[in-house]
Write a protein that binds this ligand. Sequence first.
Ligand SMILES: *Cc1c(COP(=O)(O)O)cnc(C)c1O
Length: 379
Amino acid sequence: MKFNTKAIHGGQKHDPAYGAVMPPIYQTSTYAQTTPGGHKGFEYSRTHNPTRKALEDSFASIENGKFGLAFGSGLAAIDAVIKLLQPGDEVISTNDLYGGTYRLFTKIFEGFGIKFHFIGMENADKIESYVNENTKLIWVETPTNPMMNVIDVKAVASVAKKHNILLAVDNTFATPYLQRPLDLGADIVMHSATKYLGGHSDVVMGALVVKDEKLAEKLYFIQNASGAVCGPQDSFLVLRGIKTLHIRMQRHCENGEAIAKYLKNHPKIEKVYWPGFEDHPNHDVAKAQMDGFGGMISFVTKGSDYDKAIKIVENLKIFTLAESLGGVESLAGHPASMTHASIPKEEREKTGVVDSLIRLSVGIEDVDDLIADLEQAIG
Ligand SMILES: *Cc1c(COP(=O)(O)O)cnc(C)c1O
């Protein structure tokens, strides 16, 4: 099956009870047993729920994996991955990370004795110099948030394989429509399904997908033991979202390209970060590992300062000033004061998250209206 078909049918069966084409919302915590242990595969909804199961099978299908797991948020999914580790273990992570991931790593898991190295990963040799006998996981985000750096997953996977280290990739920005990390050698794919997979800004959810059965068993154990699962209603919403992922992503890519080019030619814009530009430092890698460049764009205005950036995001009328990304509607954000406020100024400026940086999640509205909105807001 090709991607567009998998988005709609992948892992899905019509409901056995009445043939419902959409998996019903099984809003139940428990399931009747005929005799202790005599049940139809479902006992308690923290462990399993049919609506969640349908979604988990869909996740596995679109990421070319075998096992999918759904969580109550993207961070809950990341939390489950780090719980594979023990005190004393070390993680090598991308330095330009989603702020909440950085906070989880440094403020929670460092306290439990796990050591994190945050490094630029453009060069795989550099990663190797951080590997030691305690290294158990490499954590990659690509494209990164919000600087749109692109990391060569195949190159990182070869380092991981050589040293028998797990490789996890946060695929939230690209989505499996544009990039399939398991095919590139990753062991675990993670999503904030809150973003493009859900696609309608109406649900918070996380996902993991793996191929290896042993690894899947460990993660299912953690999912059930820690209990950060999502409910059936949210599972239904994300299942519905995934059915249009391919169509939405096509338009996100088209609109993203038009807006990136518009901003690049704008006399008041200093720099535009978008992996589709030939002068993007990792453009060749992006071209090789992605099937398109997406609708996430960051930019800095000329000679701009904090106040100027704030004015622009306040002036926007169709773009909504809001956290999050990946919905049908266009959003604008100011990373330094919003998504990345939890990263110390000094740390975040090292990676380019300056006070004047603005991030756009380009939606699927009419692109002329979006450009006109930027035009009036930038002034
Ligand atoms: C939003 C986001 C997360 C966290 O996901 P939640 O669903 O908000 O918990 C992780 N990584 C990236 C890249 C994100 O954009």
